[in-house]
Structures are given as C-alpha cells and as structure tokens.
Design a protein around this ligand. Structure first.
Ligand code: PLP
Length: 394
C-alpha cells in the first residue's frame, strides 16, 4: 500500500501517479480563493499570540483599527492613488458592492460591458433595481472582450477589469467624453487589482475583494473612490427619505462605509483574520516592487501557460486575441479527445488543485489562477504535470 500523503487533498490511490519530481512546490492554482502564502498564515498565527493579540479583540480598538489603516495606506501606495481618492471597505464582498453601486452610485442608468458571468451579475443587479432605468448592456461572446461606448443618458459605465469566468481581460481606460458629461467609470477589479497594470486616476471606483490577487479570505469589498464618486454617493443618498428619493439600506450606504473607513473601521464587525492576511499581502507586494513587479510576475506565469498550450496540438488558449488573454487567470481549452474533467480530477488526486473551468462556461477547459503568490516555476511544473496526466490517462 502506498504511504498516505500528508496532503489532505492528495488521494492515497491516484488513478495516475504524477512523479514527485514533476510536482509543484505548492499545488494551489485556484482562481479564488487562491493560494495563501505560508508567511501570511504565520502572520495570522502571530496575530493570535496572547502576548500581543489582534485576533479575538475589539474591532473598535487600536489593534484592529491599525490593521485597517495598514490596508488602506498600503492600497493607496500600491495604486499610487491620486489626491482626493479614498479607499473604502465594507462587508459582503464584490457581490455586495454591486448592490452598493446600484443603490448609491447609479443615478438613473448604467451601461455594462458584459463578457462573462461577473460582468453579467452586476448588470442583473441594476436591472433589478426598481428605481433605475434598464441598463444599456454591451455584450461580447465569452473569450472576447466587450468595450464600453458613450451613450447619452448613461451616468455610470461599468466593466470588469479581468473576467474571471473566461480568462479575458480588458484595458482600463476612460470612456470618451464620459467624464465631461459627469458620468462615472466603475471597474470590477476583483481578480485583477494588484496584478494588472492600471491608472486608477482613469476610473471613479476601482473595486475588488481580498481572495484573489491578495491571497486572503473573501467577505470584504474594497473600493478606491474618486472625489466624483464620493460626491455622487452623497447626492444620491441625500435624496433618501424625500418623496422622490430612493431607499438606501444603511448596510449598502457608500457614504456610511466611507465615514467608517475614514476612521479605519467598518460599519459592522469585519473578519479580523481576513484583514491580517490582506495587510500582509499588500505589504509583501509593495516590498517586492509593487504593481510593476506583480504584473511582470503574473505575466510571466500566464505566458508559460499560453506558450505551453501553443506548443501542444491538443491544447489551445481559449481567448483568441493574445492582447485579451488574462495575465492572472489563464484558460486553456483541451481537445475533445481529452476529458478535461478527468485531468482536473487526477491532478487533484495528486495534490494539484482547482484548475477546473468556470462551471457555467461549460467548456472542456483548464482554468489556472496565476496570481502573484504563485511561483512561476510552479506553473512550469503544472504544465509538466498536465503533460504527464494526458499521456497516461489512456
Ligand atoms: C470573484 C469575483 C467576483 C465575486 O466576488 P465575491 O467577493 O465572491 O462577491 C466578482 N467579480 C469578479 C471579476 C470576480 O472575479
């Protein structure tokens, strides 16, 4: 009987055994929650030290407020935020932020670029809001990118930076004429923020969660907000309670989130452990060289995968246009003769996890999260593992 692996996700009887020499040093390649670095986990353990505890203490006291301060200051530096931009945060993740934006930022009508599940979910949120006109939806087939275009009467333009469900990324740029018209640009950077090049000054809200590039847990939303976005929220929310105003639940109030964030707090109790992991990762990214370093590193990792696929006659990058291929979430289609589900299963049996495609996309595909925590050499090892599994699946 083979010795049982100490890795819990590693089966003691894999149907194909990947030689240890081929395995990555860390087998986590998920698109979120993604690999958490051991140093982050060590910081978490230190935060629980009874001699200087942070975990298990009040979020209204200096120890936890200092964590929020580190996160806000670190993100400000990472994104070189222009004067007047503020980092707000709250509970509920990016999905909650869509409702915050529908309640507090869209005045009458939004335009959404939809080229995958996540862009579509925000469009669904503004469609459901009874006080908003139906949004203008610019859509494109999965594996391509939809681009925002100026339309009269639109006061919020919204696009994903990286569409995690398909592995397509869009450049962040202003919509021509939109700023002059007073419209805002909201960018869902949940899986891109911190590893894709961006000039946040071109956006009004650049928002994300901690569980992808930042290798922390989910459950928080973070948003870099321009003065115009803050002013919009103040105006929209001021109408609440008037005869013509909309109801903005306190939990979804951006001005309330901003007021708390300015005090390095959140409206209600945050997951303190998530903040510890996040603060560590933000500071690690800054120490390594910031956004330039992380974009180069994820670009290298993604390049390994795309080049590998190009060199196999049974693998193809899903996103046809190289400029639209994500450098943080790489999607690789496999030939129909190879069962991607079986490949994903065998990899998991060997401790290499979470390279399944986005469920609703329904493709015979591998999807690999190559966030900055992932070592490019581990991505090289992953390609060797896939070669081995495909050769031995029979
Ligand atoms: C993961 C993801 C989300 C959802 O984030 P939650 O924090 O789970 O709500 C939204 N948008 C994009 C682009 C994502 O990758």
């Amino acid at each position: 009987m083979p010795a049982a692996s100490s890795h819990p996700s590693r089966s003691s009887h894999p149907s194909v055994v990947i030689p240890a020499s081929l395995l990555p040093s860390d087998g986590r390649f998920g698109s979120g929650p993604s690999k958490v670095r051991p140093a982050q986990v060590a910081a978490l353990a230190a935060a629980g030290d009874p001699a200087a505890p942070v975990l298990g203490t009040s979020h209204r006291q200096p120890a936890v407020k200092d964590l929020v301060r580190r996160v806000r200051a670190g993100l400000g530096e990472l994104f070189a935020l222009p004067d007047g931009y503020e980092v707000a945060l709250g509970n509920g993740g990016s999905s909650a932020f869509w409702e915050v934006a529908a309640a507090c930022l869209v005045e009458r009508r939004a335009q959404h670029a939809v080229f995958g599940e996540f862009g579509g979910k925000f469009a669904a949120a503004t469609t459901r809001a009874p006080f908003l006109a139906d949004p203008d939806v610019v859509s494109a087939e999965p594996g391509t990118v939809a681009h925002l275009t100026p339309v009269d009467g639109v006061d919020v333009y919204a696009t994903p930076h990286n569409e995690t469900s398909t592995g397509a990324m869009a450049p962040v740029r202003q919509v021509p004429g939109a700023r002059a018209d007073g419209a805002l640009l909201l960018v869902d950077a949940t899986s891109g923020a911190g590893a894709l090049p961006v000039d946040v000054a071109d956006t009004d809200v650049y928002y994300f969660g901690p569980q992808k590039v930042f290798g922390a847990d989910g459950g928080l939303w973070l948003a870099a907000c321009s003065p115009a976005a803050v002013e919009r929220a103040e105006r929209v929310e001021a109408s609440a309670g008037t005869a013509t105003g909309r109801w903005v639940p306190e939990f979804l109030s951006l001005t309330t989130a901003l007021a708390n964030s300015r005090l390095d707090q959140t409206l209600n109790t945050p997951a303190v452990a998530t903040l510890v992991l996040l603060a560590e990762q933000v500071e690690w990214l800054l120490e390594q060289g910031g956004l330039a370093w992380s974009s180069a590193r994820t670009g290298e990792s993604a390049g390994v995968l795309y080049d590998w696929a190009d060199a196999r006659d049974w693998a193809t990058p899903f996103v046809a246009d190289p400029a639209e291929r994500s450098t943080v979430v790489a999607t690789i289609d496999l030939d129909d003769a190879i069962d991607a589900t079986a490949v994903v299963r065998v990899l998991r049996e060997n401790g290499v996890v979470d390279v399944f495609p986005y469920r609703k996309l329904g493709r015979n595909q591998l999807r690999v999260g190559v966030f900055p925590a992932v070592e490019p050499d581990d991505v090289r090892a992953l390609t060797a593992c896939v070669d081995h599994v495909v050769a031995h699946l029979g």
